[in-house]
Design a protein around this ligand. Structure first.
Ligand code: G3I
Length: 445
């Protein structure tokens, strides 16, 4: 008898355990829903979708801008949904959103679905200069390209301009003692009239030195006096209108990292660089003073040489505010990580960084005779990448991101490399390319 009582007791304990262990023994089985990619994505909405599961009476959806759901979009925390889709609206443009769903039956909730990521689109009509956060978006001008569609696009999309060649020494100072301000004044007046920032390019550059200076017959002392007079005359003339100058452009050799053997170096030694920065500062106490060069963004030896030179200027209390990376690059070079590492070295020195002459070769190996859609998308991705890299640097180190040309057929690259290319944001008809929208997306990050 006693044995029977023990067996009955064990059965009773088992039943109670079973009932407690499974909570409600009548709870339905609820699998997690299969979340699907969003559809109908606009600049401020999308439709979340999922596959329903057996026994679900309804669903709950969470929407967040954080993939860990540490916060929720207003009204979308465990929001009850009777369907297997839901329009999520009143969202920010060009923003990543995350959602997940659960099945519901009475008090029972399933596990969460996987998390889906989606990004709202960019408003079609956001100009580049408005998409940029806290820095100028620039392009180049020539005095014969400041009307019509050039002017329309410059005023709509850009907040800064650089004279492509007409504010260089060979144009402004073609003969000893004889300045020609015709074209530089026209560009300065255009900037002032159109409320555009004006970056001065370039006071000293071995490739735009007038013949009379290349063949200068005076003494070294007379050469230095002439150069000081030139720098101070130009900077004084445009004080308050030119907001920044490339004081010296391309003073360092590519391979060796030595000083380029320009007439300035031959006549004054390496000290010409420091003296030109000091003269420019004496002429204008407010203008930003940059050193500008190319092939610096691949984080290579030339950057090291340039930074060593700049560190020397800084140690010598020479007034310098920033470094210009010209950014004449290709759709497949350099790597993002090299550009970011190079930019960081400028940030570490508390200098402003100007991406001063950005163009991106789509055809560096001349393997295309027309811009394929595949290469156009690769170019788009690179422009987006460069915009993202520049946008990511600290605001204190930002100045401008300047594109070196308006439309493909105007690019200097075509003559320089002698073959077709499509390196800019607009095609030869002034139509925005994929590259334009990639650049805009990167600025909107
Ligand atoms: O517009 C005139 C035309 O009227 C005249 O018939 C013709 C022949 O004399 O010259 C035309 O001007 C040329 C101008 O480009 C416009 O095409 C100039 O001679 C020529 O010297 C000028 O070349 C410029 C070059 O710098 C030299 O100043 C390029 O446009 C410009 O893109 C290039 O830019 C340089 C940066 O300043 C420094 N970084 C490298 C970059 C590329 O070389």
């Amino acid at each position: 008898m006693k044995q029977l009582n023990n067996i009955l007791l064990l059965i009773l304990i088992a039943m109670v355990t079973l009932a407690c262990g499974s909570g409600d023994a009548t709870a339905p089985t609820l699998d997690a829903p299969l979340a699907l990619n969003a559809t109908d994505i606009t600049q401020n909405s999308f439709t979340a979708k999922w596959v329903g599961v057996a026994n679900a009476k309804s669903y709950q959806i969470d929407v967040s801008t954080a993939n860990n759901f540490s916060s929720f979009v207003d009204g979308f925390e465990a929001k009850s949904v009777s369907d297997v889709k839901l329009e999520v609206s009143s969202l920010d443009a060009n923003t990543d959103y995350f959602y997940r769903v659960r099945a519901v039956n009475g008090e029972t909730l399933s596990a969460n679905s996987m998390t889906i990521t989606t990004r709202t689109t960019i408003p079609e009509d956001v100009p580049l200069k408005e998409a940029a956060q806290s820095f100028f978006i620039g392009n180049v001008v020539q005095s014969n390209r400041m009307t019509g569609t050039h002017k329309e696009i410059l005023n709509r999309e850009y907040s800064s301009i650089t004279a492509e060649y007409e504010m260089k020494m060979n144009i402004m100072y073609p003969y000893e003692g004889a300045y020609d301000w015709t074209r530089s004044d026209a560009i300065v007046d255009f900037a002032v009239t159109n409320n555009l920032n004006l970056h001065g390019h370039a006071l000293i550059w071995h490739n735009s030195t007038p013949d009379w200076i290349e063949n200068y017959t005076g003494t070294d002392a007379e050469f230095e006096a002439m150069l000081e007079d030139y720098v101070k005359t130009v900077v004084t003339r445009y004080k308050g209108k030119v907001k920044s100058w490339d004081v010296v452009n391309e003073a360092i050799e590519d391979g060796s990292g030595d000083y380029r053997n320009s007439v300035f170096y031959q006549r004054m030694g390496a000290d010409y660089i420091a003296k030109c920065f000091k003269w420019a500062r004496e002429a204008d106490e407010d203008v930003l003073l940059f050193y500008n060069d190319y092939n610096l963004c691949d984080n290579g030896n030339k950057l090291t040489a340039v930074l060593n030179m700049i560190d020397g200027l800084t140690t010598g209390n020479v007034p310098i505010n920033g470094l210009g990376f010209q950014m004449h690059i290709s759709y497949n070079w350099p790597d993002r990580s090299d550009i970011e590492a190079a930019a960081q070295k400028v940030v570490d020195r508390k200098l402003k960084l100007h991406f001063s002459e950005l163009d991106i070769r789509a055809n560096p190996n001349n393997d295309l005779t027309s811009l394929s859609s595949a290469r156009s998308l690769e170019l788009k991705a690179k422009y987006k990448e460069i915009a993202e890299v520049y946008t990511a640097i600290p605001n204190d180190n930002k100045y401008a991101l300047t594109i070196w040309g308006m439309k493909d057929n105007e690019s200097w690259l075509l003559d320089f490399w002698g073959h077709i290319d499509w390196p800019l944001l607009y095609d030869s008809n002034f139509d925005e390319k994929d590259a334009y929208y990639g650049f805009l997306e990167g600025l909107m990050k």
